[in-house]
Design a binder for this molecule. Structure first.
Ligand code: ADP
Ligand code: MG
Length: 689
């Protein structure tokens, strides 16, 4: 079987079906055989109606008496019918699927798969799926264990089933894909792939299907891991400017800091400073929970680069954050210079959309009169050029796309690649680190600076418990501390029930006339945002009502309470980031998650209440949403695993070992052209350079 052949060459696929397949991106025979069944149905478990027990069931029979009932609640339709076999009859219902009333031929037999349960005092089969018996039984032989395909827009599952069935005898001719090399697990053998695909499409038992699935999951993990490893090797072939470590210089800086570095900060700084000395570019992620003190680690590394006479760029996702970094680092650098006569810290500048006289600043950067440029996207424009950019720092890296990172990295001199330090408070779970992010080195800040208080988190139902909240706010304000109040939207929007930030600000002004209230949102001009943020940082306003523009990085240690309105609308990572705005000083801190719903709060919110550990929450988030959604197009193209499950640590370990051995002989890749093609999509996915 030639997997690269067009679907048009498949027996039974006419021009119309071929066009429909291509429409859903199934272009080749390979694409076709990798469209795996959604689930399997075991028709051997079909029962007679007289023997039915509540639960998931399959019955075989004819259906009649179909009619539609419209309920008084608008738009809900119920389609009812009666299914009969030789032993009895049952009622069946579908909700909001009116087409069911016309779908069936009362003379023909179907398999109905659904839940047999008590509804409004009587037993019914609810929302069964149906398959024509004739479609799945061949030559009168009873149906057994059957794959069920998903509908692919214009192509019905049955059509799909037919096409695949027509190819059955060719499956044995599917060529091997994975290298049968050193380090492979026992189940990777010649013919194993063909067998796995065959088992997936034509299993005789659940065990067959599982065996097929496991092999294909392995294959997927192997590809993902190999791509990451090859990326890493490629990265190591690039040349970078080594930035020499000057122990005396670094010691002076560390001694002059206003605080003692945590053990974790020391370790991470050391790892980074060492990596910067190499002639291969660093590609490192500094991972540390909110408030763990990543900025200072980056600043010390930047100082080492400037000390070597090279330039550094720090990219931040918002003007507020860039400005804050700039101001605090300039202050820090001045302090250090004052304490250590003769020492030179980086000449630092801020470049955002609001920067006054950009052309002049850009000339200084180009001439090398500025060592350290801190900025936003404004930094990425073509007119920003460097004399000798050797080190790039990206703060809150998950906020940037591959293209944006690329733009920054290309600003280094020709023939060299800059060292890259990405920083994030959204930890990458270990399973992903072993797979998709295997090309990254990681430094970890797994410790918070001393004196930090745990943030007490509570879910509050807005309607019932809001009155509890105001006294807590008053208490905190009386202690001269400050509060963030987060809303999701700026103004009232059709269809979105969330309370807008402007409305909430008004309301709080009425409730708390004795304090000043700031209002911040993304549609304001950058200067205005900066002004409002500065007023809050200087305690000129006491409550800041804001949209999530304050989500990342902003540091106001006197703010010790955050209230997140409509908290059900946020993702776990985002909630954790928002909560990280408080508890940055040495006072107790509080986070209230307001909900409007009546039911039990979501798992996300309950996890937030239970844990303040970003690493734990990232794992939970991965379980809830899956990697595709978290590390979606924004960051990495698409990470859409078809078969593999990232919690399968044994398969990951095996694939990792096998891929590692194989990557040692990357030149052999040319003998594996299909593999090479297949991993391209992952290589683009995982690359950070
Ligand atoms: P994040 O990791 O979230 O970016 P920051 O770098 O903004 O954290 O640091 C948070 C706060 O902690 C800042 O005010 C910073 O000055 C302070 N900080 C950093 N390291 C230490 C330390 N070792 N001891 C005390 N405070 C520290
Ligand atoms: Mg930060």
């Amino acid at each position: 079987m030639d997997l690269s052949a067009s679907v048009e060459t498949v027996k039974g696929v006419g021009p119309k079906t071929a066009a429909a397949l291509m429409n859903v991106n199934i272009n080749t025979v390979g694409d076709l055989v990798y469209c795996l069944p959604r689930i399997y149905e075991n028709y051997q478990t079909t029962v007679n109606i007289e023997d039915l027990r509540p639960g998931k069931v399959i019955v075989r029979g004819k259906i009649d008496g179909l009619h539609i009932i419209r309920t008084s609640r608008k738009k809900l339709t119920i389609t009812e019918g009666v299914i009969r076999d030789a032993t009895g009859a049952i009622r069946t219902v579908w909700f909001n699927q009116p087409y069911r009333a016309k779908q069936f031929d009362s003379e023909r037999e179907y398999y109905f798969t659904g839940k047999y349960e008590l509804k409004n005092g009587r037993y019914v089969l609810t929302s069964p799926s149906a398959t024509l018996v004739q479609d799945i039984e061949k030559d009168g032989e009873a149906a057994g264990f059957q794959p069920i395909y998903s509908a692919k827009s214009a192509i019905k599952p049955q059509t799909f089933h037919k096409i695949i069935s027509g190819m059955r005898s060719d499956f044995a001719k599917i060529p091997d894909l994975l290298p049968l090399t050193e380090g492979k697990p026992d189940f990777v053998t010649s013919g194993a792939r063909a067998e796995a695909l065959f088992y997936s499409h034509f299993p005789e038992s659940p065990e067959d299907a599982e065996k097929g699935r496991r092999y294909l999951a392995y294959e997927e993990l192997f590809e993902l891991i190999l791509a990451a490893k090859l990326n890493k090797l490629e990265n190591q072939r690039l040349r970078s400017t080594p930035l020499k470590f000057d122990a005396k210089f670094i010691q002076k800086i560390v001694k002059s800091l206003p605080f003692k570095l945590t053990e974790a900060q020391r370790r991470a700084t050391w790892e980074i400073l060492q990596a910067l000395e190499r002639t291969t570019p660093m590609n490192r992620l500094l991972q540390g929970d909110v408030g763990s003190g990543k900025t200072i680690v980056a600043a010390i590394a930047a100082a080492q680069a400037a000390h070597n006479g090279r330039q550094i760029a720090l990219l931040a996702p918002t003007a507020i954050l860039a400005t804050q970094h700039y101001e605090s680092l300039v202050r820090l650098f001045q302090d250090i210079e004052a304490k250590n006569p003769g020492i030179t810290m980086p000449r630092t500048a801020l470049l955002t959309g609001a920067t006054f006289n950009k052309p002049m600043l850009k000339r200084l950067i180009k001439a090398g009169e500025i060592d350290f440029v801190i900025g936003t996207h404004a930094l990425l424009t073509d007119t920003t050029t460097f004399r000798d950019l050797a080190f790039c720092i990206i703060d809150e890296q998950h906020r940037f796309g591959v293209g944006q990172r690329q733009k920054l990295l290309l600003k280094s001199p020709k023939d060299t690649a800059p060292h890259l330090l990405s920083m994030t408070a959204t930890p990458i779970p270990r399973s992903l680190q072993l797979t998709a992010f295997g090309d990254l080195d990681v430094s970890l800040l797994n410790e918070l600076p001393p004196g930090r208080q745990p943030i007490e988190t509570r879910i509050l139902n807005e309607t019932e418990q809001r009155d509890e909240l105001y006294p807590r706010m008053r208490e905190l304000l009386a202690k001269k501390q400050q509060i963030y109040w987060i809303c999701q939207v700026i103004e009232e929007k059709n269809g979105n029930m969330a309370t807008p930030v402007k409305k909430q600000a008004k309301k709080l002004e009425e409730l708390f006339p004795q304090v000043k209230i700031g209002l911040l949102h993304g549609k304001m001009r950058p200067e205005e945002k900066d002004r409002i943020m500065t007023e809050f940082a200087e305690n000129k306003t006491q409550i800041l009502v804001s949209t999530t523009v304050v989500e990342v990085g902003v540091n106001v240690p006197n703010a010790n309470m955050i209230i997140i309105q409509d908290s059900e609308n946020y993702g776990l990572a985002q909630l954790h980031q928002l909560r990280g705005r408080v508890g940055r000083g040495d006072q107790p801190a509080y986070c209230f998650l307001l909900t409007t719903g009546e039911g039990r709060p979501s798992k996300r919110l309950r996890e937030m209440e239970k844990s303040t550990d970003g690493f734990h929450l990232a794992e939970v988030d991965l379980q809830i949403r899956g990697p595709g959604e978290i590390y979606g197009s924004m960051q990495h193209g698409e990470l859409n695993l078809q078969v593999a499950n990232l919690s399968d640590t044994e398969l990951i370990a095996q694939a990792s070992h096998h891929a590692e051995e194989f990557a040692q002989h990357a030149e052999e890749m040319e003998n594996y052209s299909e593999l090479a093609t297949r991993i391209k999509k992952y290589q683009q996915l995982t690359t950070l350079n």
